[in-house]
Design a protein. Structure first.
Ligand code: OGA
Ligand code: MN
Length: 267
């Protein structure tokens, strides 16, 4: 097993692992530690069946079954497929194309999400990540102090029409295991701040968003075939690419995806 840094400001890469079967404690521990230390972890060369990928996910947490049944893998509901295959719905192709953290609009958001690259396009298939620990550290003192007292209102797709429940999360949410401080959910689904009128809240959130999405805290992951990429949703924002339907010179991009809840400890 080899471990090194990814080429950006954060992220780590493992080579020489085999995720097709159960992992021993030491290997699992090294992966979890790397996620907590580096926020994004890429494990190269994992040609996994959906069942093997789901079994790997279960070693990191409790898989969450997505509500949209038509994008789940047959017989393995813990796995869904992101795909730009012609005829697939827009949300399956471009649903992740905005900066967000997974399931922030629920009371119990995802801890980790992982993708297994089944088909990688020659250009334009990257996932963007933004390090929210670095964003928090870069805040000027005044904004950093103020952030501690802000509770953000989130709603599915940022809706304000009451069609989905509003859920509240602190803007600074120390990591459940490591305690590292980071901005949390400073984009996308935010619809306001508790105890503040909407115009004032939009201005305040706009200030934090500039730090959350600053280029200096971003890393774009360029996939190789069969990468498994895992990210920590507590400490990062991410965005998928905008894709055209495959065919006529547009390459397919197909990713299997597992999202889990729960925070493994490291020992
Ligand atoms: C996701 C997501 C981004 C991508 O699966 O949650 O946002 O690059 N995916 O496909
Ligand atoms: Mn996502």
């Amino acid at each position: 097993m080899g471990q090194q840094r990814l080429p950006g400001a954060f992220g780590a890469e493992f080579t020489g692992l085999d995720l097709t079967g159960p992992l021993d404690d030491g290997t699992l521990n090294a992966i979890v530690q790397a996620i907590y230390d580096h926020l994004v972890v890429c494990i190269r060369d994992q040609d996994l069946t959906p069942a093997q990928f789901a079994a790997f996910g279960r070693q990191l947490g409790e898989p969450m079954v997505h509500v949209e049944k038509d994008i789940l893998v047959d017989g393995v509901p813990e796995v869904l497929t992101l795909s730009n295959a012609d005829g697939r719905p827009e949300r399956q192709r471009n649903g992740g194309n905005h900066w967000h953290t997974d399931l922030v609009f629920t009371e119990s958001p995802a801890s980790f999400t992982m993708l297994n690259a089944v088909a990688v396009p020659r250009v334009g298939g990257e996932t963007g990540f933004a390090d929210q620990c670095a964003a928090y550290s870069a805040l000027p003192d005044g904004l950093r102090d103020q952030a501690e007292n802000i509770t953000v209102a989130h709603c599915y797709e940022g809706r304000r029409d009451g069609s989905f429940p509003t859920v509240y999360h602190p803007l600074v949410r120390p990591h459940p295991v490591t305690g590292r401080k980071a901005l949390y959910g400073a984009n996308s689904t935010c619809i306001g701040i508790q105890g503040m009128d909407d115009d004032a809240a939009a201005k305040v959130l706009g200030q934090y968003r500039e730090y959350a999405l600053d280029e200096s805290v971003q890393y774009y992951h360029q996939y190789q075939d069969h990468d498994v990429v895992i990210w920590d949703n507590a400490l990062t924002l991410h965005t998928g690419p905008r894709l055209e339907p495959a065919g006529g010179g547009i390459d397919p991009r197909v990713m299997n995806r597992v999202s889990v809840r729960g925070w493994p400890t490291v020992h």
